[in-house]
Design a protein around this ligand. Structure first.
Ligand code: ZN
Length: 80
């Protein structure tokens, strides 16, 4: 398996990707949106380089399109 893609995702998305944890998400609609977005990114997602965490990243979340803010590095593994 190799890294075939990388993303910058928000706190909510990283909780779902890394721990399947939705406790920080405010509403059911929001949770549904995040889960759908994570699913749409594709399979084999995992936490990337912790050194690449940004306290403020001036672009929307690559996953759920949340407003600019804290971002975590996520990689997608696959065959290539
Ligand atoms: Zn997000």
């Amino acid at each position: 398996m190799k890294v075939i893609n990388e993303f910058r995702v928000c706190t909510d998305c990283i909780s779902v990707i890394a721990n399947d944890d939705t406790s920080g998400i405010d509403s059911v609609q929001e949770e549904r949106h995040i889960r759908r977005s994570v699913h749409a990114l594709g399979p084999n997602l995992c936490l990337g380089d912790i050194e690449k965490t940004e306290t403020f990243y001036p672009f929307p979340c690559d996953c759920c399109e949340a407003l600019p803010g804290e971002r975590f590095h996520v990689v997608q593994l696959g065959e290539k």
